[in-house]
Design a protein around this ligand. Structure first.
Ligand code: SF4
Ligand code: MG
Length: 326
């Protein structure tokens, strides 16, 4: 089976007055139909830039994809013209952002916003588009869809608005859905409901989901596989089991230690000390060297390559690499 999306050695830079930021530094991953891949990391690690690059939404200039491929169903998206990308965006690949309010137009009825994209991307009739919109409203769990279609965004709660955004994203039956912090702006109860909705939709439609988040609780709930990003690189990747129960990269271990657990109630968090490296001049060796409790001489001199621990589990750390001379 061919992956829906295959990203190979993606590099993205941004030119600023202060120099060139190397935001994404050789990222590779793939995602299969019906799978949820979570890309996790602290803010500034390159996870959102990676998703923008997939969607062809890097503002250029100052941004630029300087290397790599983004293969979507066998087609390299990095080589496509803007109008070609526009055809794919919203139809074959959809994106959901953190704040549902900015994704909706406050002056347009929900029904019109639902059918806008599909009318643009296909030759469907207005009547059929409306039918489809009602179907999608039902799929995302909005009661009385026919009535609700006539209302405006402010007449819905935050959770309902995010459901509408998801319905809009699904109108053209995309093969890939990219959700960037989709539940961060919602309260905990609604967050759980939206995550359940993602799972339900995936079971019904087989859509592949890339979930971009810094929240390991969200990841634990719905991810199948996880890629941990640090300083523009993927430092560890594996199944949810492998990452949560057998984390091997010191950064992944640190992230997991900083999560409050029920059994540790009342104990203080253990955040990882220090800050990520400056991406204007990223270190030549392992980017985690300055914060790593296990750093060795080789770490700051040579970038660790990926060591495969299983078919699904890979880690970029000299601790796991037999070639390291300690
Ligand atoms: Fe730590 Fe070295 Fe592994 Fe980097 S390569 S995470 S510095 S042990
Ligand atoms: Mg972000």
């Amino acid at each position: 089976e061919q992956p829906v999306l295959q990203v190979d050695n993606l590099e993205v830079t941004f030119k600023t007055y202060g120099g060139t930021v190397q935001a994404v530094r050789g990222v590779s991953f793939n995602i299969m139909k019906g799978e949820t891949l979570a890309i996790v990391g602290e803010s500034g690690c390159g996870k959102s830039v990676t998703s923008s690059a997939i969607m062809g939404l890097i503002p250029s200039p100052p941004g630029k994809i300087t290397n790599g491929q983004v293969m979507f169903n066998g087609r390299d998206l990095t080589g496509l013209a803007k109008n070609e990308l526009r055809k794919i965006r919203g139809a074959d690949i959809s994106m959901i952002f953190q704040d549902p309010m900015t994704a909706l137009n406050p002056t347009l009825k929900i029904g019109d916003q639902l059918i806008e994209g599909i009318m643009q991307h296909t030759s469907i009739s207005t009547a059929d588009a409306k039918k489809k919109a009602i179907e999608m409203m039902k799929l995302v769990g909005i009661p009385n869809p026919t009535e609700r279609m006539k209302q405006y965004p402010h007449q819905f709660s935050g959770g309902m608005r995010q459901r509408i955004v998801i319905a809009i994203a699904l109108m053209c039956e995309p093969e890939l859905l990219i959700a960037d912090e989709p539940t961060t702006a919602l309260d905990v109860t609604i967050q759980a409901q939206i995550l359940e909705l993602f799972e339900e939709i995936q079971q019904k439609t087989g859509v592949a989901i890339i979930l971009i988040t810094h929240d390991l609780g969200v990841v634990a709930k719905i991810a199948n596989r996880i890629a941990v990003m640090y300083a523009g690189k993927i430092v560890e990747t594996g199944t949810k089991r492998e990452i949560f129960y057998e984390p091997k990269h010191p950064y992944t271990q640190g992230l997991l230690n900083s999560v409050p657990r029920l059994d540790l109630k009342g104990k203080p968090l253990e955040p990882i000390e220090g800050t990520p490296p400056d991406l204007f001049a990223p270190p030549v060796g392992c980017p985690f060297t300055a914060r790593c409790p296990h750093a060795m001489t080789v770490c700051e001199k040579i970038m660790p390559q990926q060591t495969a621990l299983s078919q699904s589990h890979g880690v970029n750390c000299w601790l796991l690499d037999e070639r390291a001379q300690r």
